[in-house]
Design a protein around this ligand. Structure first.
Ligand code: AHM
Ligand code: MG
Length: 339
């Protein structure tokens, strides 16, 4: 699965992408360029985040997105930066973004790819200096070249992703991505303006002792989830919940653990979005040897029916995810956490 054993820690992202492309004789370089475009926008967003408190771009924007969530100024800025980079790059015909009601056509009718993106995830943590992230998925279009992308292009199953990744703006900034040949992580060196390979061939431990969920919602979880959380407590697992999906996911992938966002009374289908949050992380976790489920079904097998569709998410170490599924199955009459 992993094929970059020859590339040492410290390799720049650009060189890494170029070397990967050389391994595919018929590759045209467009996906490579697309990944570079995302990395460039990520550097710009990283800069904006780091100085947000100084230049008046912290705080609420004063509008809600299509999902009725309060937009932060940085949500809006990140959305503009990523869309601009993808438009200028030319490889992408259509973008689906958490911050936009409808699809965005870039004008690149000969672009081969569709990108689904959450430009800045973890909005509630933006103003308080806690890690936040960007999540993205890349699909090959199924519609005719030379036309605008279609809804069908954007509603492909997670199994059809050709690449997925995230940026985490944390104690350091990292880009982690997969093109289906393992997962690699790059750390940003701000004084040089470069991402360097720091975490080659990431694998997630099969089991772990960290569980991450918003336990404030416990009363409205299904019994299966409640029982699993009791098991975690009996085993003295560590409860770790940042409230930024990327950050919680990243920690659990490196250390071993499970992240759970089940159905709740407030969010009967879960809170997280299938197309630009769950599928991307599902692709990454599977490439790292882990598992992602909605409580009974594999996330990447779910059929998307709408752009901003939500689904419950259980993701992380394979044995822990399997255990949550087992506990949910034991609940009479419930095959998934959706209600
Ligand atoms: P966002 O895309 O509006 O930032 O919402 C997604 C975030 C995730 O990053 C995080 O895991 C979750 O929402 C936290 O939700 P809650 O505050 O309900 O625990
Ligand atoms: Mg989000």
């Amino acid at each position: 699965m992993n094929d970059n054993l020859a590339l040492p820690v410290g390799t720049t992202l650009d060189r890494f992408i170029m070397r990967k492309q050389e391994e595919f004789p018929y590759a045209t370089g467009e996906l490579s360029q697309l990944l570079r475009d995302i990395a460039l926008a990520g550097k710009i967003v990283n800069r904006e985040i780091n100085r947000a408190g100084l230049i008046g771009i912290a705080g609420a924007f004063g509008q809600q997105n299509v999902q009725g969530e309060e937009q932060q100024k940085l949500d809006v800025i990140a959305n503009i930066r990523f869309i601009r980079a993808l438009r200028n790059g030319g490889e992408v015909c259509t973008v689906v973004s958490e911050e936009e009601d409808d699809v965005i056509h870039t004008g690149n009718k000969n672009g081969k790819y569709i990108v689904a993106i959450d430009p800045l995830d973890g909005s509630s943590n933006i103003d308080v200096n806690v890690a936040i992230g960007t999540i993205f998925s890349v699909y090959r279009r199924v519609s005719e070249m030379g036309t605008e992308g279609t809804l069908e292009d954007c509603l492909q199953k997670g199994t059809r992703q050709v690449a997925a990744g995230y940026l985490i703006y944390g104690s350091s900034t990292m880009l982690v991505y997969t093109t289906g040949h393992g997962v690699n992580g790059f750390t940003y060196e701000p004084s040089l303006g470069e991402f360097f390979l720091s975490h080659p061939n990431i694998t997630i431990p099969k089991n772990g002792s960290i569980y991450s969920c918003n336990e404030g919602n416990l009363n409205s979880f299904h019994d299966g989830v409640k029982n699993y959380i009791s098991l975690c407590k009996e085993n003295n697992y560590a409860a770790r919940y940042i409230g930024s999906l990327v950050a919680d996911f990243h920690r659990n992938m490196l250390k071993g653990g499970v992240y759970i966002y089940p159905a709740t009374a407030k969010a009967p289908n879960g809170k997280l979005r299938l197309i630009y949050e769950c599928n991307a992380l599902a692709f990454i976790v599977e490439q790292a040897g882990g598992k992602a489920s909605d409580g009974s079904k594999r996330i990447m097998d779910l059929e998307p029916t709408e752009l901003h569709q939500r689904c419950p998410l259980v993701i992380g170490s394979s044995e822990m995810v399997a255990k949550v599924e087992e506990y949910l199955k034991a609940e009479v009459g419930i095959n998934s956490f959706s209600v």
